[in-house]
Design a protein around this ligand. Structure first.
Ligand code: C2E
Ligand code: CA
Ligand code: CA
Ligand code: CA
Length: 280
């Protein structure tokens, strides 16, 4: 039988050059998308599990391209690679700040918007200054914005900047200004439990993978219970992401989880649909 290594090499080079030209095409159009601000921001509602009141919305970037929406999982890593992530991050932040202000006249109040950040954004550039400028231009109170930082970025930040008193990072500056900070995808990183007491965060978002298993895997339920209790003993809010079934919701309520989001409540919606469905 032929092994992989036996394939004629022109096959590889053809495949590789196709991949390369695809990457070049994407790079070009991503640059153009940034210049022309082709991105959209969608919003997914977040609720108090106790009262079912709206507590916030997560802003999620979308890229309409050639009759489809490119999911952020596809283009965010490329934007990082091509050095475009800071500009995209600024676009999302600016859009969300203007949007939450526009929604101030709605029947239902939207207390805050949660914004995702990448490591490049927090470790390089002037995101802190941009945030301060944008909030002041739009006269928005800092506590209306929740900055979502993944566990691994949090760890990188500690490696670079130390924790507690010694931390002069962008993140701690944002916190001093009064923005909320949430740890995103909690439970998927490493060694965070020992670090978390040093981090001055407001909220833990339990990763969807645990919520997926919470109904049928006792281990997952134990982990979620432990995260919630630990969070509470440190004075943090705990939010569960990716809630899809009423049963998952019931279990999370019984474990005293504070907040949640997921397809059970709503998928992410464009601004117009979000306003109709969640704010009127
Ligand atoms: P994430 O921050 O963990 O966002 C949650 C993702 O789960 C979103 O996917 C959301 O649509 C999806 N989701 C929410 N509830 C459910 C559910 O009940 N079931 C299922 N199956 N999925 C659910 P999305 O919008 O495709 O975003 C993927 C990732 O892209 C995000 O994961 C985040 O890491 C990144 N991302 C999105 N927007 C931005 C942005 O503006 N900046 C940065 N740096 N990253 C972003
Ligand atoms: Ca997130
Ligand atoms: Ca998440
Ligand atoms: Ca996730």
């Amino acid at each position: 039988a032929k092994k992989e290594g036996d394939l004629p090499c022109y096959l590889f080079s053809q495949e590789m050059s196709e991949q390369l030209s695809y990457l070049h095409e994407i790079e070009e159009s991503l640059h153009l998308a940034v210049r022309e601000k082709q991105f959209q921001v969608h919003y997914q509602p977040q609720y108090s599990l106790n009262t079912l009141e709206l507590v916030g919305a997560e802003a999620l970037v979308r890229w309409p391209r050639k009759n489809r929406m490119v999911p952020p999982g596809e283009f965010i890593p490329l934007a990082e690679k091509f050095g475009l992530i800071n500009q995209i991050g600024e676009f999302v932040f600016d859009t969300a700040v203007k949007q939450i202000n526009q929604w101030s006249h709605c029947n239902v109040a939207l207390p805050r918007v949660a914004i995702n950040t990448s490591s490049t954004q927090l470790l390089t550039g002037n995101f802190g200054a941009f945030v301060e400028q944008t909030l002041s231009t739009n006269q928005l109170a800092a506590d209306r914005i929740d900055i979502e930082v993944t566990e691994s970025v949090m760890m990188k930040n500690i490696e670079h900047n130390g924790a507690g008193e010694n931390d002069t990072s962008c993140l701690s500056i944002l916190q001093e200004k009064g923005l909320e900070i949430s740890i995103d995808d909690f439970g998927t990183g490493y060694s965070s439990l020992s670090y978390i007491k040093h981090l001055n965060v407001d909220r833990i978002k339990i990763d969807k993978s645990f919520i997926d298993d919470i109904e049928f895997k006792p281990e997952a339920r134990s982990i979620v219970k432990a995260i919630i209790n630990m969070g509470h003993s440190l004075g943090l809010k705990v939010l569960a992401e990716g809630i899809e079934t009423p049963n998952q919701l019931d279990i999370l309520k019984s474990l005293n989880c504070d907040e949640g989001q997921g397809f059970l409540f709503s998928k992410p919606l464009d601004a117009e649909k979000f306003e109709m469905k969640c704010l009127s």
